[in-house]
Design a protein around this ligand. Structure first.
Ligand SMILES: NC(=O)c1ccc[n+]([C@@H]2O[C@H](COP(=O)([O-])OP(=O)(O)OC[C@H]3O[C@@H](n4cnc5c(N)ncnc54)[C@H](O)[C@@H]3O)[C@@H](O)[C@H]2O)c1
Ligand SMILES: [Zn+2]
Ligand SMILES: [Zn+2]
Length: 361
């Protein structure tokens, strides 16, 4: 029988979010209903609300979540009621050309629930990133549930479901940061700071944090930055070169999503170095670079979707490292809030006051 729960929707472009009654169907074949315990507020939720992703309003927001599986539909064998899970937006299909080549982290046909959650009047909702977890319960594809050690705090675990995984993965999966590497990270919000933490985990020898806000640079140091550069007052390309013997960093991670910061990343890397773009640009942005520099400087220019993560491989491992005290995921939780505080949390995010606000249920 369908259930009614409280959830937060974005009703229309730039309209304030509101708490509504959400109708959650029983799980069908391959689906699961998850009781949400915590869900972080990500920049992408704000993009949805602003109409920056698509026009499929109303959205059921929220996608950085952890909770407990309540019920599963026919044919679900990987998770069972009572399992503690992190929700992911990469439930791999196993059939597409990427999966068949053994590269499921690029899966081009990821699964979401087939049935729709609705408002009481039957209006169908579009769940953010196929998740929709600013709700007491949500309906997902069973493959979107990744089991992890249940002794971790849900508020911490949920963050791995999006931004923190994107940042850590940009460093360790896409950028392939290794022992002794020099790394620079441009933009030290939740994603950039996670790239810093990931670089430390991978054994980077020098980690240079770049931001325009000194508060962000202070947090970046706590997460592993060995040097900081305020690019409002200092040329970041020169500063990064100075800190790396005049050469530039082996890996530069762009976690803002703007042409000017991408250009900084491009010129702040060493010859044959790697640039990783994890910040998300808007469709109007353009980049101009001398092609001879693209050729002449060699190396790799990569982008990173969701940190090229494979949830089943990466989530349990990172939670274990956190529980062992080797990865401080707790540092990303700036505050815990309720479902009624999300509009205010967007405001604080916009002003750079928080790394992550996390809704607890
Ligand atoms: N690739 C992915 O899979 C993925 C996943 C989640 C988020 N993202 C994207 O990553 C980006 C960062 O997300 P976030 O949650 O950390 O956002 P955020 O707003 O918390 O952080 C952005 C940071 O960039 C800094 N900044 C802004 N302009 C700058 C400039 N010109 N130079 C240097 N620093 C600057 C800000 O001060 C802030 O600290 C966003 O574009 C977001 O959409 C990507
Ligand atoms: Zn696939
Ligand atoms: Zn997100």
């Amino acid at each position: 029988m369908a259930q009614e729960v409280r959830g937060v929707i974005a009703p229309g472009k730039n309209e304030p979010v509101r708490v509504e009654t959400i109708v959650v169907p029983d799980p069908g074949p391959g689906e699961a209903v998850v009781k949400i315990q915590a869900c972080g507020v990500c920049h992408t939720d704000l993009h949805y609300k602003q109409g920056g992703i698509n026009d499929d309003f109303p959205f059921l927001l929220g996608h950085e979540a952890a909770g407990v599986v309540e019920s599963v539909g026919a044919g679900v064998t990987d998770v069972a009621p009572g399992d503690f899970v992190i929700l992911n937006w990469r439930a791999v299909c196993g059939q597409c050309r990427a999966c068949l080549r053994g590269r499921p982290w690029y899966c081009f046909d990821t699964h979401n629930a087939k049935q729709k959650m609705t408002l009481k009047d039957g209006t169908e909702l579009s769940p953010a990133l196929g998740i929709g977890a600013f709700a007491e319960k949500t309906l997902v594809a069973a493959g979107q549930c990744t089991k992890v050690d249940p002794s971790v705090s849900p508020a911490v675990a949920g963050l791995l479901g999006c931004g923190v995984m994107a940042g850590i993965g940009a460093a360790i999966n896409t950028g392939n940061v290794g022992r002794g590497d020099t790394v620079a990270v441009i933009g030290c919000g939740g994603v950039g700071d996670a790239a810093i933490a990931g670089s430390r985990l991978a054994g980077a020898a020098k980690i240079i944090a770049v931001d325009i806000d000194d508060r962000k640079l202070t947090t970046a140091e706590k997460l592993g930055a060995t040097h900081t550069v305020n690019s409002r007052t200092t040329d970041p390309v020169e500063a990064i070169r100075d800190l790396t013997g005049g050469f530039g960093a082996d890996v530069v991670i762009e976690a803002v999503g703007r042409p000017e910061t991408y250009q900084q990343a491009f010129y702040a890397r060493d010859l044959a170095g790697t640039v990783v773009l994890v910040g998300v640009p808007t469709p109007d942005m353009k980049l101009e670079l001398p092609l001879i520099d693209v050729f002449g400087r060699g190396g790799a220019l990569k982008s990173s979707w969701y940190g090229d993560c494979l949830p089943s491989r990466d989530f349990p491992m990172l939670i274990d490292l956190h529980l062992q005290g080797r990865l401080d995921l707790g540092a990303f939780v700036s505050e815990t809030i309720t479902l009624d505080d999300i509009e205010a949390a967007f405001e604080r995010m916009h002003h750079g006051d928080v790394l992550r606000s996390v809704v607890e249920f």
